[in-house]
Design a protein around this ligand. Structure first.
Ligand SMILES: C[S@@+](CC[C@H](N)C(=O)[O-])C[C@H]1O[C@@H](n2cnc3c(N)ncnc32)[C@H](O)[C@@H]1O
Length: 209
């Protein structure tokens, strides 16, 4: 699926402020990841690319929904990716790659039906360029789906007794997110938009010719 293997992407390539949340609170905040993915249009038979997959909290449920289609999780964090591999071992369609997702469009030979990025978009320094690179990874009619933290002050997004998520100034309102994608390309059209209580929203775009 890759044209070449880039040499050992390192943790330095991780976007600012995007380290993987600890399981104790992340897995209780997202207790129904399969249902979340279905609400955002993921269906059986779709090939999936999960950008910044962490320990696979969404990647593995995606593999269960996609059934025999390939689902690839990409991350630069080797120990976290090792956890993902272990958790997803019984799903033959679930594959893992230690890659910098910013380098992917130049490396990937395959295209995908569904490219997703969960709780990571806020860390991108060039969001427009990133969205354009996602377009290159999609099959015709494919989907780009993102889950983002709501634009609420960090001190108000409390979970298990502590403020969680990225700094307030890194968060994007739904309108700003839609605007960024629209500025990047007219080809990605929003087809699904959901509020994911308590602190997130999700938007799915479809690639149009
Ligand atoms: C906040 S976590 C979210 C993980 C997962 N999407 C989820 O929602 O459970 C962001 C993940 O993106 C990864 N990441 C950040 N920058 C990356 C890059 N340039 N290439 C690949 N992975 C990256 C981090 O290592 C981390 O595991």
């Amino acid at each position: 699926m890759l044209a070449t293997q880039i040499s050992n992407p390192t943790i330095e390539q991780r976007l600012t402020g995007t380290s993987m949340p600890d399981r104790d609170w992340w897995e209780t905040l997202w207790s129904q990841p399969k249902r979340t993915l279905q609400a955002l249009g993921l269906k059986k038979g779709m090939s999936v690319l999960d950008l910044g997959c962490g320990y696979g909290h969404f990647t593995i449920p995606a593999a269960q929904i996609a059934k025999s289609s390939p689902v690839i999780g990409i991350d630069v964090d080797v120990p976290i990716l090792a956890e993902a591999k272990k958790s997803g071992a019984r799903f033959a369609n679930c594959l893992w790659m230690n890659q910098d997702f910013l380098a992917l469009p130049d490396l990937m030979v395959s295209k995908f039906d569904y490219v997703m990025m969960h709780s990571t978009f806020y860390g991108l320094s060039d969001r427009i360029e990133f969205v354009r690179s996602v377009v290159k990874l999609l099959n015709p009619g494919g989907y780009f789906s993102a889950i983002n933290w709501l634009l609420l002050p960090r001190e108000n997004t409390i979970w298990m007794g502590k403020p969680r998520g990225p700094k307030t100034e890194m968060r994007l309102s739904v309108d700003r997110f839609l605007q960024i994608v629209g500025l990047a390309t007219p080809q990605l059209v929003p087809v699904q938009q959901v509020i994911l209580p308590p602190y997130h929203y999700g938007v799915t775009f479809q690639l149009r010719p």
